[in-house]
Design a protein around this ligand. Structure first.
Ligand code: ADP
Ligand code: MG
Length: 344
């Protein structure tokens, strides 16, 4: 990045000016199969963005299920043998196991072979028979994942996919890097995962649009707006990846109870929490788990789990349900056509 700026003196001057003032520095990369944008402000911004991009690429290389060199692929291809997976992956697996336990199994990283059977890893989509799904489900469940120190062993037939938590974990790391660089403000958007540090330069909160799941191709169509400072917001939705066959839509968030796309009456779940250690990973894991659970169970879980987070649910029957703790931080999107409800 620096090299490029030196070749273009005008840009360099602009970059220097912006580093002193309120103008943002921004980079966009593609990693973890999604477009990511990182933005921050201040003297250390440019270096922090280089570091953030490198860190996310490092995590992609560690956690990718499709890169045969990744630690996750080494674990998946070990055929039941123990694999020295390293401290970071082992800890992330412990975290994933914890969210699986708390969610009563709705969050389950061992759905990997089931996801593959639907073609979601290769984009060659198909509808597997229930018999095929049932055979694969015999190997699904965190009891088939054994972590001992830095060593990971999977039971035969079990595979892992961290796609439902990796971007949130990466968002936590980007915010850590911003903080370590002494930056006061900025944000990182990793697909549907947003993490925001501080507030905007004008002292106002960051404005984050929740995509209207009924209009997924219109990037300016929102189901609601969030106004956040030092917070994470993660959306999981059935509109994010799907295929259609014989007039039916099949999406990528799977119900571990059936092996089929979760059919819970929700179109999207947005989880909001204060930005602190691990909260990006928490929001990511929970957005997937609560999508599987559906409205009623998701709201019960929020009240009973002891975890500190708020929710915005978009339902198939045209409602947007926001929890009361978002008061002053959530606003309806004008003209969206949704009916808005606040619940405890
Ligand atoms: P996205 O990756 O689109 O942001 P999610 O965070 O909800 O969305 O993760 C969905 C991905 O996680 C799927 O593509 C699949 O790899 C995996 N997955 C699907 N269902 C589950 C589940 N119930 N628990 C954990 N991971 C899941
Ligand atoms: Mg998720």
């Amino acid at each position: 990045m620096k090299k490029k700026l030196l070749c273009f003196p005008l840009l360099l001057i602009l970059a220097l000016l912006s580093a002193c003032g309120d103008e943002p520095e921004r980079v966009q990369i593609i990693a973890m199969d999604t477009v990511m944008t990182f933005q921050t402000y201040g003297k250390a911004a440019e270096d922090a963005l280089v570091d953030a991009s490198a860190e996310v690429r490092r995590l992609d290389a560690l956690l990718s299920r499709t890169d045969p060199e990744s630690a996750v692929s080494r674990v998946n291809s070990a055929g039941g043998a123990p694999v020295e997976a390293g401290a970071e992956l082992s800890e992330l697996l412990e975290t994933a196991a914890e969210y699986s336990r708390m969610s009563g199994g709705a969050f389950d990283i061992t759905l990997a072979p089931v996801s593959s059977a639907w073609g979601f890893t290769t984009d060659s989509y198909r509808v597997p028979s229930q018999a095929e799904l049932d055979a694969l489900l015999a190997h699904v469940g965190m009891e088939h994942v054994h972590v001992s120190g830095d060593t990971v062993t999977l039971d035969g037939g079990t595979q892992i996919d961290l796609g439902a938590i990796a971007k949130g974990y990466a968002a936590d790391r980007v915010l850590d890097l911003y903080r370590e660089a002494g930056l006061e403000r900025g944000w990182a958007a990793l697909g549907g995962n947003v993490a925001a540090l501080g507030c905007r330069p004008d002292g106002e909160p960051w404005e984050i649009g929740i995509q209207d799941p009924n209009r997924p191709d219109d990037g300016n169509a929102y189901a609601g707006l969030l106004y956040l400072e030092d917070a994470c917001a993660v959306t999981s939705g059935s509109y994010q990846r799907y295929f259609e066959q014989d007039g039916r839509r099949y999406h990528h968030i799977l119900d571990p109870a059936t092996g089929a796309p979760a059919d819970s009456g929700l179109l999207s779940v947005t989880v909001v929490a204060d930005a602190e250690a691990g909260s990006g990973a928490m929001c990511d894991a929970l957005s997937t788990a609560l999508f599987v659970m559906g409205e009623e169970k998701a709201l019960d879980f929020r009240r009973e789990s002891g975890l500190d987070f708020e929710l915005v649910l978009v339902t198939e029957d045209g409602r947007v349900v926001a929890t009361a703790g978002l008061e002053g931080r959530f606003a309806p999107a004008e003209g969206s056509g949704y009916a808005y409800e606040t619940v405890s």
